[in-house]
Design a binder for this molecule. Structure first.
Ligand SMILES: Nc1ncnc2c1ncn2[C@@H]1O[C@H](COP(=O)(O)OP(=O)(O)OP(=O)(O)O)[C@@H](O)[C@H]1O
Length: 403
């Protein structure tokens, strides 16, 4: 198959005081030690500050390496349903140790070591040897944005994917939102259980139902407010990114479609009024677990009017907008993790994505099976490093080894 090289229009950031002013604050992963993450039994990686190309054949561990970076930064995975999936078969523990450095112009760099590990179902995290106050505070320290092929269904798939996107943004804009979300989910499940017991004529007091509804109303309203703020911040970034990536002249709009209410009293009343019906449904008919992010092109829902190419462009625009929104909220360039983007996209769209993401000026990790396609003409040799992944072993390649 013949394919044109993907020109990554990245540049090496200017030194402080150079053209364009001070270096933008950025986050760098300087070193990564991986133990027992999927098929990567052991890896010691020292990435370049700008572009890192992770190259290898299918099924050799490229995505697992990206997943390890994501895990060290967020304590989560971008693809696992259960975190235990990351633990290498036959092992008990998976762990990743990462040295992150924040650079803020002329100020001395801020370095820290983050460790994330899983043992059984337990996930533990440390920052410089200390437990952070919460997983949310851990996840916001080192912002990363991952883009992997599954996300190509972000605009066509279920609303849960879009809610997850909003929650990631909300986390950076208001770290307490993650706690509200967790408490809301627990209260919602508990209310449902109580309603079912009541339906089976078991003795359930109104006070018990009201207590759970109160928790649903309070934490649900907080989730609704946080997601509404996330959509307000995301909207303009998304329009800008879409205009850049898709054909010009199309107007894109994003609207928050809440399934609940930001008003606690209104939420209380809605839940109380739906008890009988909710007992027979898989979940409550009211609340932020029913939220969606509605996207439309020229006033028509994207589900109905968008072509396949436009869906892809829109997904890329969502990731670019996520990056910009997190950058604005956190104040540093997020690290970008791009998994096998080129295999799913036509060359024009891929180039558009990479051109757009190139303006982000942060550290980039990307996986590919075709290393010869990734060309980075604006990047100094010292700012790019390529790694080969074979049977879970990660080896740096010298620049001379480039095809
Ligand atoms: N818990 C696990 N323990 C050991 N191996 C695993 C585990 N989970 C997945 N694997 C295997 O790890 C290998 C690497 O998977 P990975 O998705 O990282 O490959 P990849 O190089 O990104 O492939 P592709 O290019 O097809 O996306 C696969 O062969 C997979 O079956």
């Amino acid at each position: 198959m013949s394919a044109s090289p993907i020109a990554l229009s990245l540049t090496t950031p200017q030194a402080p005081g150079g053209p364009g002013g001070a270096t933008p604050p950025s986050l760098l992963l300087e070193r990564l030690l991986v133990r027992g993450v999927r098929n990567v039994a052991h890896a010691d990686v020292q990435p370049a500050p700008r572009v890192n190309v992770i190259w290898g054949n299918n099924g050799h561990g490229k995505t697992s390496l990206l997943e390890a970076i994501y895990f060290a930064a967020t304590s989560r995975s971008f693809r696992a349903h259960r975190m235990g999936e990351l633990v290498q078969h036959g092992e008990k523990v998976a762990s990743v140790r990462a040295r992150f450095v924040e650079r803020w112009g002329d100020l001395p760099p801020l370095a820290r070591e983050q460790v994330a590990s899983i043992e059984g179902r337990r996930c533990a995290v440390l920052i410089d040897g200390n437990r952070p106050p919460s997983l949310a505070s851990f996840a916001t320290r080192s912002p990363v944005v991952a883009f992997h092929p599954n996300e190509l269904s972000l605009t066509t798939g279920p609303a849960s994917g879009r809610r997850t996107l909003l929650d990631r943004l909300a986390l950076f804009m208001d770290p307490r939102s993650a706690d509200h979300r967790a408490r809301y989910d627990r209260a919602l499940r508990a209310r449902h259980e109580v309603l079912r017991r009541a339906e089976r004529a078991e003795a359930v007091g109104d006070a018990e139902i009201e207590a759970f509804e109160e928790l649903c109303a309070v934490h649900g309203a907080a989730v609704t407010r946080a997601r509404a703020a996330a959509v307000t911040a995301l909207g303009p970034e998304l329009e800008h990114a879409f205009a850049h990536i898709a054909a010009p002249g199309l107007s894109l709009s994003a609207r928050y479609a809440p399934g609940g209410s930001a008003d606690v009293q209104a939420a209380r009343e809605a839940l109380a009024g739906q008890r009988r019906r909710d007992a027979h449904r898989p979940s409550a008919g009211f609340g932020p677990h029913r939220d969606d992010l509605e996207l439309s092109i020229d006033g028509h829902p994207v589900r109905v009017v968008a072509s396949q190419g436009q869906h892809r462009a829109l997904t890329l625009a969502l990731k670019a907008a996520e990056t910009a929104t997190i950058r604005a909220a956190r104040g540093v360039e997020p690290i970008l993790l791009l998994d096998d983007v080129s295999s799913e996209l036509d060359p024009d769209r891929t180039e558009a994505l990479l051109t757009f993401l190139g303006t982000a000026r942060g550290q980039v990790f990307l996986t590919t099976t075709r290393r010869e396609l990734i060309v980075t003409p604006g990047v100094d040799a010292a700012d790019r490093r390529d790694f080969r992944v074979q049977d879970g072993a990660v080896t740096p390649l010298s620049p001379g080894e480039r095809p």
